[in-house]
Write a new protein. Sequence first.
Length: 231
Amino acid sequence: MKLNLDPAVLEIVPTFKLGLNHYTKVTVAESPQMLKGRLQLFQELLFFDLDDKPVTDFLGIKEWREVWKLFGANPSRHRHSTEALMRRIAKQNYLSPFHSAVDLNNFFSLQYQIPVGIYDVDKIKGNVTLTVGTKESGYDGLNGRFNSLEKMLILSDDEGPFGSPYVDSARTAVTEETTNSLHAFFLRPSMNEAEALELTTAAGNMFTEISGGDVQSYVLQEDHPTIVIKE
């Protein structure tokens, strides 16, 4: 499977970086109590932080709102996934445990203040490209409705788009039957190459500590816009 960063993305944001973790032989199951407790505590602490300052003052949220605008999307009308999560927490509408992959995905998104998505590799068809959505781009999302993705970043395979910093598709969702997955970290463009790889690798190590299996970590960027994963 080849993973590509569309030159059109780099034309708009030359410092754009996409962190990728490819997991194999993982076990997705109910989260251990440690992870459940850590996610709950983190949300409670965030709630108090959000009581002192608005969501849009958090550095990661602010930077991603600017990225949204650069691609032509409206960050107030279509909030990126991390801002949406934090606004839920500000209302004490805390996330309930789902399973280990989703819980870790949400934890990373809140911890790093960036959109993060995880996908079942066996449901991805062919190669993957991160590009910008057109009027025709859209899918049935995990939010239970069809989502138009015009002027938003999208991960797309041979069948069409399946992921976005906005909301992910139901087609490639990770379940407790998933054993191979792809974890995408929509990194802050202001991060340098070393910081980007360090974050992606640390998240991958934590994921496999809980879910087992093996991980390979990569960062797609201007100097390395393509990688090939051997499945």
